[in-house]
Ligand binder design. Sequence first.
Ligand code: PGA
Length: 251
Amino acid sequence: MPQLPAHRIFPTPDAASEALAAEIGDLVSTRASEGRTVVLGLATGSTPIRLYAELARLHREGLSFANVITFNLDEYLGLERDHPESYWQFMHLRLFDHIDIPPGNIHIPDGGIPDEELEGYCAGYEKAISEAGGIDLQVLGIGRNGHIGFNEPGAAPDLPTHVTELNEVTIGDAAEAFGGGANVPRRAITMGVKTILEARRVALLAFGESKAEIVRRALTPGITPQVPATYLQLHPDSTCFLDQDAATQLG
Ligand code: PGA
């Protein structure tokens, strides 16, 4: 039965990020006390920056990430790891360089894989997620067009990790970072909607007025491929962490 994601509205993006970081911190330390690993699905973009800063702060206060395994949602195709806009760079700069996660536990799709190897590479990414035990908690942002990961409008619900074409809105939103739309890669590797829905819990972060309309749509009953975030209505345990500005259009 479809059900709407839960939502929590916080006064500021910092407060929302701290709440999610606290939830993640509790999960990591509970699992550590049980001698178990925890598998996190992670996102990039401007939205989770505060979450990662808060996780780094929790680490400075004593939280260990030694039992954490991560899988990132996506990566631009054609970008090598050392490209300044690669998600590999982003994740190390914002999080991994500041915590004690073993480097071998970090998984980020490799944007440098040649075309002829991509199919096998994507299948291998899914296999690695399963072998790690499946994703316990998946962090998501949401694009203004409703994308989750690089699952753009029109995305099918039943795809695992795959290669996809970026949507014009996504290219436009990335243009500044790449010094012009013409420089934005046209393709990406992304976890599919299927991969995301298989996570045991999903936490979507959305901040600012520019997200208010798409948040309203995502939290309105009705699932459509045109707004991939509406697929979260098929997930039994998802929560949107919103600041007040992103929540202005909720009834
Ligand atoms: P943003 O991107 O965090 O930079 O707004 C969100 C997304 O596209 O998922």
